[in-house]
Every structure is written in structure tokens, then in C-alpha cells.
Ligand binder design. Structure first.
Ligand code: PLP
Length: 373
């Protein structure tokens, strides 16, 4: 470790640039430690925690202008568990997937491994680009990620044209939800977890379900398919309607999530959040375009994520830059581990101040002047 001490006046006010877990607002931590500390360590079956769950549901319904008939449903296990739940409780016979990075690939692989389903129809795109599934007769569930957190590529959320009448659109919104505009009516299932844009901790999954998705869950629950209780969407729907979860949730996660939703909605909701992430990401990409050694990894401007920016470096070791940043308290700019590129990845969720993104860029320039060979 060489001593490269970045001058204090260059440093971001907050050095957290992770893509998940990501920066949590100090006010959310205060909600935990002070304002709502009396909720911690109390029963999730009693009114105060059920009111907290109701507050989260209402906050999400407001943020996403939830269309008529849609419901907010939640449970334990994060987005990874939701893939298994969708395989158990939503996919009838065959799914189709757009696979363009680690997360979208994982859901496709899980569906392919499920013994009760037919082989999925999977379209692949190189990391750094995107692909959405194409219509295939007989496919009852279409799945892709809104934002591929592993590569920093953002995909459209729009119903697949030509799909079977009752096919479901199942969108992984984990890093996009709450930081990017979306028309929820273009999806049947928009699911996510709270540790990214929602500035809370991990462990929960949350899903916005259309009437068709609610019907599908009931339809599959009524068949003789074996569905483990923790993967039963019908059970989760019942519990969520009562402002509960099947088993004990992390109350701290709910408190911080509720605080974040209040903050987002008080400041103008999704338009506010989307404008803020657009501002941050424009600053990052413009800086990279102008740099002689940095280039945005995602070539197509329209596919560049406003919430997770990936920047390739030539002629300098990006891992070294990330290490120096880390020594100076600017953390989690390392790329997604399995992508294997000479790259930095920058989380720019609404909690990140655009001015801090500018300061991060200045810090990287400062480091480049000292480590370039
Ligand atoms: C982080 C992430 C996941 C996994 O979320 P967990 O809550 O850790 O299971 C899935 N999909 C996307 C797009 C993600 O960004």
C-alpha cells in the first residue's frame, strides 16, 4: 500500500458509491436509532409493525402511481429468492428470458434447472448491451432485468409485442426501481429489494403485481404442483393483504425503507429521483468521455444506466484506482467481480449527491496523475 492521501477538499462529502448495498441516508439511520427505535425488538404480529408494513405498501403505491387492481406484495429472501418463487408460483409451463449480465442470467439458469418447467427460450446479449425476450408461442412468462447491475446497462420495460394473450411480464427492477422512470402498467410483476435505490438494508423482496399476476398465483396454487410455503406467492399475497409477512421480517430494513419512501415522495417521487440520477450519471459519463484513459463500458448511450455507471480504463490498473479511493474512504467502486474487466462501477442512486459524483471524478483524475505509468 503506497500512501496517496487525497486532499480533503477534493473528497466527496459521502464516500459511498456502492451498487448494493448502497448509501443509506443518515436520516434513515436516525429513524432507526431515535425516532422509531421503539419499534425495534417488538412483535411483527402487532399493530405497530403492521402499520409500518402498511406504510411501506402505501409509500410504494404512491411512488409508482400503482395502476388500478395492482397490489404491493412482500416477503423475505430478497430478489434472489423471488426468482425461485416465480419458478414455483408464477411460471406455468415455459418462460422466455433476456440474458445480458449476471442477474438476468441467473434467473434464466434457475428456470432452466427447474424440473417442472420446459426449457426456457433465452436470448443472450454481450455484457454491456441489452436484449429483451421476443414473443414465442406457448411462453407464459417473459423475464428480463430493467437495470443489469452487473454491467450498468438499462433495458426498456414494455410488454413484449405478439406474446400470448395471458403471458406475464416479470421485470427485475432491483437496482432501477425508485431511481428510474417506469410505467408499471407495462409489467405484471415488477420486483426488487430495498438495499439499492431504496437506501435500506437487504433481506426483503417487494413486488408490484397486476391483476393477471394475482390470478396466475391463485391458478398455480390450485394445481397439484408442490410449492414450498416460503415460495408460495399465494401465501405471500394473503399475508401482505394483512400487512404481514409469512415469517419474521427485518424490522430495521422496513423502518429505513419507510423513511426512504417518505423522502422520495416528499421530494417529488419518481420524477425527482430520475432527474437526480440522470444528473449524476451525466456528470460521470461526460467526465469519462472527456478522459484520455476512461471510456463508458456501455457503448450505446440509450443503454447507459443512470443508476449504475461502468467505466473502462486503458493503460492504468482500475483496481489500483479503486484501492486508493478505498484507502481514502471512497468505497465500493470496484467492478462486478465476475465481469472481469479493467473497470470501475459507480452506484448513483438518488441518495448520492450529484456534486459527490463530480468530486469522485476529480479524485480519480488526481489519482491518475500519480499512478499512470
Ligand atoms: C442486487 C440484484 C439482485 C439480487 O438481489 P438480492 O436481494 O441480493 O437477492 C437481483 N437482480 C438485480 C438486477 C440486482 O441488482
Amino acid at each position: 500500500m503506497t500512501e496517496l492521501k487525497i486532499p480533503a477538499d477534493l473528497l466527496p462529502a459521502d464516500g459511498r458509491f456502492g451498487s448494493g448495498p448502497a448509501k443509506i441516508r443518515p436520516e434513515s439511520i436516525k429513524a432507526l436509532a431515535v425516532d422509531r427505535a421503539d419499534l425495534l425488538g417488538t412483535s411483527h404480529r402487532q399493530a405497530p409493525i403492521r402499520r409500518l408494513v402498511a406504510e411501506v405498501k402505501e409509500g410504494l403505491a404512491t411512488l409508482f402511481a400503482l395502476p388500478d387492481g395492482y397490489q404491493v406484495v412482500l416477503g423475505n429472501g430478497g430478489s434472489t429468492l423471488f426468482w425461485d418463487l416465480a419458478i414455483a408460483s408464477l411460471i406455468r409451463r415455459r418462460s422466455a428470458h433476456g440474458s445480458f449480465g449476471e442477474f438476468s442470467a441467473k434467473f434464466a439458469a434457475a428456470a432452466a434447472a427447474a424440473p417442472h418447467l420446459e426449457d426456457p427460450a433465452v436470448l443472450f446479449a454481450e455484457p454491456g448491451s441489452i436484449v429483451v425476450p421476443a414473443a414465442v408461442p406457448g411462453v407464459d412468462s417473459y423475464a428480463w432485468a430493467h437495470n443489469e447491475t452487473s454491467t450498468g446497462a438499462i433495458a426498456p420495460v414494455a410488454r413484449v409485442q405478439g406474446a400470448d394473450e395471458d403471458a406475464l411480464m416479470i421485470i427485475d427492477g432491483t437496482s432501477a426501481a425508485g431511481g428510474v422512470q417506469v410505467d408499471v402498467a407495462e409489467s405484471d410483476v415488477y420486483y426488487f429489494a430495498p438495499q439499492k435505490t431504496f437506501g435500506s438494508d437487504g433481506g426483503l423482496w417487494l413486488a408490484l403485481l397486476s391483476p393477471a399476476a394475482l390470478d396466475r398465483a391463485a391458478e398455480i396454487a390450485a394445481t397439484d404442483r408442490w410449492i414450498p410455503e416460503s415460495l408460495s406467492l399465494a401465501t405471500a399475497i394473503d399475508n401482505s393483504a394483512k400487512d404481514q409477512t409469512l415469517n419474521t421480517p427485518a424490522i430495521a430494513t422496513l423502518i429505513m425503507l419507510a423513511d426512504q419512501l417518505r423522502w422520495l415522495n416528499d421530494h417529488g417521487g419518481l420524477p425527482f429521483a430520475a432527474a437526480r440520477t440522470a444528473e449524476s450519471s451525466t456528470r460521470l459519463y461526460d467526465w469519462a468521455e472527456a478522459s484520455p484513459v476512461a471510456t463508458p463500458f456501455v457503448a450505446d448511450h440509450a443503454q447507459r444506466s443512470p443508476v449504475v455507471g461502468t467505466i473502462d480504463f486503458t493503460g492504468v490498473d482500475a483496481a489500483r484506482i479503486a484501492a486508493v479511493l478505498r484507502e481514502n474512504g471512497v468505497v465500493d467502486t470496484e467492478p462486478y467481480r465476475k465481469l472481469g474487466r479493467n473497470q470501475l462501477r459507480v452506484g448513483m442512486y438518488p441518495n448520492v449527491d450529484p456534486d459527490d459524483v463530480s468530486r469522485l471524478c476529480r479524485c480519480i483524475d488526481w489519482i491518475l496523475e500519480r499512478v499512470a505509468d
